[in-house]
Structure formats: structure tokens, C-alpha cells
Design a protein around this ligand. Structure first.
Ligand SMILES: [Zn+2]
Length: 463
């Protein structure tokens, strides 16, 4: 079998791995590239494979950088199944429909600009039909049961502990009676992450293709980050300010709600109103709550305690833009969780415009802020920022909380790999920048005497 890397090879986005034998061809993930102009160009083309002959696409989880190029595959003629766990399918549908909305609004802006300068309009790379086609072609795959996906190819999905429905995939290939197996880690969660189960480990494989997002470091412990957050929230409650949290709709928002619940229950934090000001986050939370079979023990206990029901009055979904605007007039202390996670779009920008200039406001930054985003400017200590063309003074407290990552840190990655190491598989490190995967490769070389391969876009390996 040959595996070719059409994304997440030296970067963390655009995951797409093409696996082919003489008899069968599948694609593991079909993700979108994010950030950087060169990457945007790659986004207009689906991974370069023959879609007429492709047998299956398998998703490790629903994040955009793992499923976002599916509509392009449909556009290019793919009509086969797209496998995902049931939760992945529901979340991926939400993610793809949202990505169409973002694309449409971005293109409208761009085309207005082009029209003014007398240039022709840009056509969207994919449309609603492609998105709905991708969703229609999704088929559920079970956890823990070997599952045939193509001639001589079988997969087994285990928990990856990253977001709801996420999986690591073992692909077993039978060629002329000879079996070979490859494990795709998918994105691995940090151990001890809330709601979802911890990643499961494997014992045997001929090859392992492993993520390395944080291959160079460990995160701060969750407990320290939560303690820090609770301290900031207590102060904000005291000064009756608003607490704004820019947050990603899937995964991070649900984790935050879980920590808040636990701090109410066990940490002595007084209850106060929390507004989820994002239709996408509300829907993602609903999907999360409809999959109790995927919860870890602590989450099961929390649900069993009945306190989530009791707290419904405190955690309030904000569906319409009108309701969202009404939050402006509301007095603190209240918390508003809104997207986008890096503040470059979405309702959070309205709340920042109305509240950044007030010293009693607290902004909690809980996720990665890419260069050039409004979130990054706040983290870097800007004194004023521009929002909707207006200069806004930053007098609010800006607090960066580093420990909420949904990715395994270096120690977790090594712990996951440790059970596989005795089988001496060939190791391939993907889904990490060189500055993260090179240090991890070095440790694996020194500890286990295995020399990892670090592919670039378009590189192949033979199993
Ligand atoms: Zn992910």
C-alpha cells in the first residue's frame, strides 16, 4: 500500500491522506487549509486523486481542517460513502453548512470590492449542492468493530479523546493473504480533558501516522488554568463587569461550560448568568448532550447529579441577533461566550466594541490566536483596536489562559505512542509544524531507536 500526504504535512491544517493498493483507494480525512495565502490557494482544489475510482473517505473527526474540502471532492465527482462516527457526522454537517455561510459572506465582500474596481466577480469554489451532497453521502461507522471500507481494506475506530465523536483509525490491508496495518492517530486529546473519554491506545501496527501539533511542549495543567479562570471570574463578579469569552463553537465552548458547572458545584463559585451567543455553539452543545454514550465518568456523574437541569436557568442560549443586541443594555455581572474564537468574525466583535473601553470588563482568551487576528492584537496588548471601522480603546482586562488545549501535549503523545513502540512500527509525524514535530522525532529516535519520517505535501510512504 502507498500513502500520500495531501495536507497536514509540515503544518496543522488540510489533513488528507490518500491510501492506495492495486485493488482499492481511500482517503483518510479531507480537511481545509486555514491561514496563509498559499494555503488558501490549495483550498480551491480537492486532494488530487481520481474521484471516479475512490472507494471511500473516512473522517477522524468533524473539525473543519479535517472535513472542509469534502464539498470540493463532491464537486470533482466523488459519489461514494463518507464514513464517520455518528457524532462526527452530525457535527461535520454543522461545520460544513457554517463554512458555506462564511464562504458566501466573504465572497460577497470581495466581489463588491472587485465590482467597484471594474473587475469580474470571483466564483465560489463550491456551492450548497456540493455541501448537501457531502452530507447525504455520510455513513455511520461504529467504534471498536472492524469495518470493511474497500476491497481488502478494513478499519477499526478507537476513541481519540479530542472532541465528541473523534477517532483514531486502524487500517488493515489484506493483499495476497499478507496483512499489513497502519494506525492514524487523528487529533489526540489531552488526557484528563473534560466530557470525552481519554484516548485509547494500540499495541500493534506496521506503521503509525501520528499527529504532532504540540510535539515540542506540554500544556499547563488543567487545574492551574481553571483556578486562574475562577480567580478572574470572582473579581469580575465583584466589580459587576461583563466577562467576554471568544470561543470556538465545537469542543471549546462545551469544555468551558463543563468547567463552569464544576466550579459552581464543587468550587464554591456563585452562580451567575452565562449567555451562549452563537447559534452554532448552541447546536453543537445540543449534539454533545445527545451522545451520553461518549461521555467520560466525570461527565456521566455530572449528568446523573441532575444539576445540569437545575442550572438551565443560568446558562442561556441566545439564538437571534436581536436577543444578542439586547445583551448590550444588560448590566453585569454576566458572561458572554461568542464566536469567532479569534475575534475576526462573528458576534463577539459587537460585544468587544461595546465593552472593551470599560475597565470593569474582562476578556478571557482561551484558544490559539493566529497572527493578524483581532484576538492576537488584544493578547499582544494593543491600547486601541479597530472594530467595524471604529477605534475602540482597550481598558478591559485581557487575560490569556493557556491550558485549555484540546490537543495532547508532548508527554501525552509519548504516552500514547509508548504502547505501540515495542511493535517497532515505522513512524510518520504529521499535523505539526517542523518546530513541533522535529523535537518529538528526536525523542522518539533517542528513546526507541526509531527514525520518524516527516513528510512534506505530496510525499508518499510504502507500507
Ligand atoms: Zn481537531
Amino acid at each position: 500500500m502507498k500513502i500520500t500526504f495531501y495536507g497536514a504535512a509540515g503544518g496543522v491544517t488540510g489533513t488528507a491522506y490518500y491510501c492506495e493498493t492495486g485493488d482499492a483507494r481511500i482517503l483518510i480525512d479531507c480537511g481545509m487549509f486555514q491561514g496563509g495565502r498559499g494555503d488558501e490557494r490549495l483550498n480551491n482544489s480537492a486532494p488530487p486523486v481520481d474521484y471516479g475510482r475512490l472507494d471511500a473517505i473516512v473522517l477522524t473527526h468533524a473539525h473543519l481542517d479535517h472535513c472542509g474540502r469534502l464539498p470540493l471532492a463532491i464537486r470533482d465527482g466523488y459519489r461514494g460513502p463518507v464514513y464517520g462516527t455518528p457524532a462526527t457526522i452530525e457535527l461535520a454537517a454543522l461545520v460544513l453548512r457554517d463554512s458555506l455561510k462564511v464562504q458566501t459572506s466573504d465572497l460577497e465582500k470581495l466581489n463588491r470590492m472587485l465590482a467597484r474596481s471594474g473587475k469580474p466577480a470571483v466564483k465560489p469554489p463550491f456551492d450548497e449542492e456540493d455541501v448537501e451532497g457531502a452530507i447525504r453521502q455520510m455513513k455511520p461507522m461504529p467504534y471498536h468493530k472492524p469495518f470493511p471500507v474497500a476491497d481488502g481494506m478494513e478499519i477499526t475506530v478507537d476513541e481519540a479523546g479530542h472532541i465528541l465523536g473523534s477517532g483514531s483509525i486502524k487500517l488493515t490491508v489484506d493483499q495476497d493473504g499478507q496483512k499489513r496495518s497502519v494506525i492514524f492517530s487523528g487529533d489526540l486529546g489531552a488526557s484528563g480533558m473534560p466530557i470525552v473519554r481519554d484516548p485509547e491506545t494500540f499495541r500493534e501496527a506496521d506503521m503509525v501516522i501520528m499527529e504532532s501539533t504540540y510535539g515540542d511542549r506540554d500544556h499547563k495543567p488543567f487545574e492551574d488554568t481553571i483556578e486562574e479562570a475562577v480567580g478572574i471570574i470572582r473579581e469580575a463578579l465583584h466589580s459587576k463587569g461583563k466577562i467576554l469569552i471568544p470561543s470556538f463553537a465545537i469542543g471549546r465552548t462545551q469544555d468551558l461550560l463543563y468547567y463552569l458547572e464544576q466550579s459552581f458545584r464543587k468550587g464554591g463559585l456563585p452562580r451567575f448568568p452565562i449567555y451562549i451567543d452563537s447559534p452554532m455553539a448552541i447546536e453543537a452543545t445540543r449534539i454533545y448532550m445527545s451522545h451520553p454514550e461518549l461521555f467520560d465518568e466525570e461527565m456521566k456523574e455530572l449528568v446523573g447529579s441532575g444539576e445540569l437541569e437545575r442550572d438551565k436557568g443560568y446558562i442561556r442560549p441566545v439564538a437571534s441577533p436581536e436577543e444578542s443586541k439586547r445583551l448590550n443594555e444588560m448590566a453585569g455581572p454576566i458572561m458572554i461566550i461568542a464566536g469567532s474564537g479569534m475575534c475576526n468574525a462573528g458576534r463577539i466583535r459587537h460585544h468587544l466594541r461595546h465593552n472593551l473601553w470599560r475597565p470593569e470588563t474582562s476578556v478571557l482568551i482561551v484558544g490559539y490566536q493566529a497572527e493578524g487576528t483581532l484576538g492576537r492584537k488584544l493578547v499582544d496588548g494593543a491600547r486601541t483596536v479597530s472594530i467595524f471601522g471604529e477605534r475602540v480603546a482597550v481598558r478591559a482586562g485581557i487575560h490569556k489562559l493557556g491550558g485549555f488545549s484540546a490537543h495532547a501535549g508532548q508527554s501525552d503523545l509519548l504516552k500514547w505512542f509508548n504502547t505501540l513502540a515495542p511493535a517497532r512500527p515505522k513512524v510518520v509525524l504529521t499535523h505539526g509544524e517542523d518546530k513541533a514535530r522535529e523535537p518529538l522525532a528526536k525523542i522518539i529516535r533517542n528513546t526507541y531507536g526509531l527514525k520518524p519520517f516527516l513528510p512534506q505535501y505530496g510525499d508518499s510512504v510504502e507500507v
